[in-house]
Write a protein that binds this ligand. Structure first.
Ligand code: FES
Length: 252
């Protein structure tokens, strides 16, 4: 992980609530993998790299890699950007997601949050023939998925978090990644686990992973603010995450 600078090259609106920014980045970031993120801050031309500090940056999960020096991020349309905006980037942050070998059916659950951190994995998994289903629950249903690859099955849950063929969807999944909104994440992960357990008897270890996206005050393991209670130890989201086995996490 190191600090580099990037520039916003292009801006494209992808739906009513989100825009995609194409960032010209240092080549060292082109090997970034699904699950890894960037800590970013807007800077001006007279920014002096010697004065950098890691604190209070935005956490961005890229959604696509276009070339060896071009990343795409998705940001809310209300955030104002112009081409040419300079960024200071600290990254990559975190460990890549670990996919099961011979992964056939992957289920993605977004609960009360846009599914953005889940999007970088889509092209790679589709290319290897994995069947992908994304279920949006609660406020995640406000996210317009029409720009996502059409091979991804998108399901909107009802107000009481049910959907048609729910038992089947949960039953055939080889692996599940769950994303929840800001706020009491462990409570929301617990709600999703209750939902899954109400429809599926066996929930083995190493199958259902929660992806944390809380703000990281330092991102380098220095402040301990991102510590999570995992059975038998404590882990840091910035160094060990963002994905943790939900059967091993102490949930609210
Ligand atoms: S954000 Fe400071 S230790 Fe993880």
């Amino acid at each position: 992980m190191r600090e580099t600078q990037a520039i916003v090259e292009r801006i494209k609106r992808v739906n009513r609530g989100y825009q995609r920014l194409e960032l010209a980045v240092d080549r060292s970031l082109s090997s970034l993998l699904p699950g890894q993120a960037l800590l970013t801050r807007r800077i001006s031309k007279d920014y002096e790299a010697e004065n950098w500090h890691p604190y209070l940056r935005d956490l961005w999960f890229p959604v696509d890699i276009l070339a060896s020096n071009m990343l795409v991020v998705e940001r809310p349309a209300r955030e104002q950007f112009v081409p040419g905006q300079l960024l200071s980037i600290l990254g990559p942050i975190g460990k890549p997601l670990r996919f099961r070998q011979k992964l056939r059916n992957l289920l993605l659950l977004a609960y009360e949050t846009p599914p953005t951190p889940l999007l970088l994995m889509l092209p790679h998994l589709l290319a290897q023939g994995t069947s992908l289903t994304m279920v949006t629950l609660g406020a995640a249903r406000d996210y317009d998925c029409t720009h996502l690859p059409e091979e991804v099955e998108i399901i909107q849950a009802s107000d009481d978090h049910n959907w048609h063929d729910m038992v089947m969807t949960l039953g055939w999944a080889d692996q599940v990644f769950v994303l929840v909104g800001a706020g009491p994440e462990q409570t929301q992960f617990a709600e999703v686990m209750r939902l899954i357990r109400s429809r599926r008897n066996d929930v083995p270890a190493n199958m259902i992973f929660g992806i944390f996206q809380r703000l990281l005050p330092c991102g380098v393991g220095a402040c301990q603010a991102c510590m999570l209670p995992v059975r038998g130890s404590a882990k840091l989201q910035c160094l060990d995450g963002p994905a943790f086995d939900l059967t091993q996490l102490r949930l609210a």
